[in-house]
Write a protein that binds this ligand. Sequence first.
Ligand code: SF4
Length: 345
Amino acid sequence: MIAQFAPMNIPGPLILEWYAREGRKLPWRDTTDPYLIWIAEVVLQQTRIAQGISYYYRFIGRFPDVRSLAEAEMDEVLKYWEGLGYYSRARNLHAAAQSIVNEYGGEFPTHYKALMKLKGIGPYTARAIGSFAFGNATGVIDGNVLRVMSRVLGDASPVNQQRTRERFQEIIDQWVQGIDSRGFNHGIMDLGSVLCTPTKPGCMICPLEGICEARQQGTTHLLPVKEKKAARRIRFFFFYLIRNAEGDLLIRQRPPKGVWGGLWEIPNREVAPESWEKRKQQQEGVFLFSGKHVFTHFDMQYAVFDLAEGLGPLRGDELYVSPEQRERYAFPRAVLNMLEEAQVR
Ligand code: SF4
């Protein structure tokens, strides 16, 4: 059963009025081109806006429309994604661009339900494109919006639970009926980002102060509620810097699917957690440094060694590259960081 809202408690007009005055000016908000909106949304998943803007411009500079992306080589798309992480996003962009060209004649489907059938386009991105490009009457929920909704509704249900998200989706879909969904969705996201912040929300200047349950009950510091997650898994790896007599670096290509699919890395091997410390002492070569990299589903603890000689004959997926040649290959951010910390030219 979805709550019914008295007209005075519907935040739509308040948010639209606030957004018109205070909304952030972002490059992808000046357009209704679904391709540009799509690229921006995917770049910004897991990436802060300040960092994402330069990647966005670089990407659309090389792939300005869906056809240029569909026709590009996968290796080049990965190269333009290098450093952003979560490389399945780049592979999915490429696959979905090909579907749009081959199955839809290069035109985006205009409803979010049809958009969701494309590879890598989940409910959030589909609703964002549907609203921002085509004006679909649907709410777009990100982490900022969940926080605003939890407080405005005074709702202590864990926001990281699927059933809470589904209920909030139904509520926000009511809120956008009959109004400018584009302005509303941008507005509520901005409000969560700049006013309804996790700590010290700016309630005194918030347009929703009069209808916000948490503000009226003094519970803003208690909301939103998040259910505790299980401890993250840690996997342990040794990475090796190996150079030939000319000083070229040995690199290796990952299989096309899975973690870092299709990208290049330096040779490495996974080590059992219980023998990590002992084997670190026994490793051949010079220990350089250790570090940690966070993936979506696990943390990687790694140690980097400088090896005088290779681990055996070259495999089919390995090659030696000079510093200039290395520029042509796409590496994951973690490996780029290792090369930088080891001061590999
Ligand atoms: S009144 Fe305060 S808690 Fe409520 S939405 Fe505004 S900033 Fe957030």
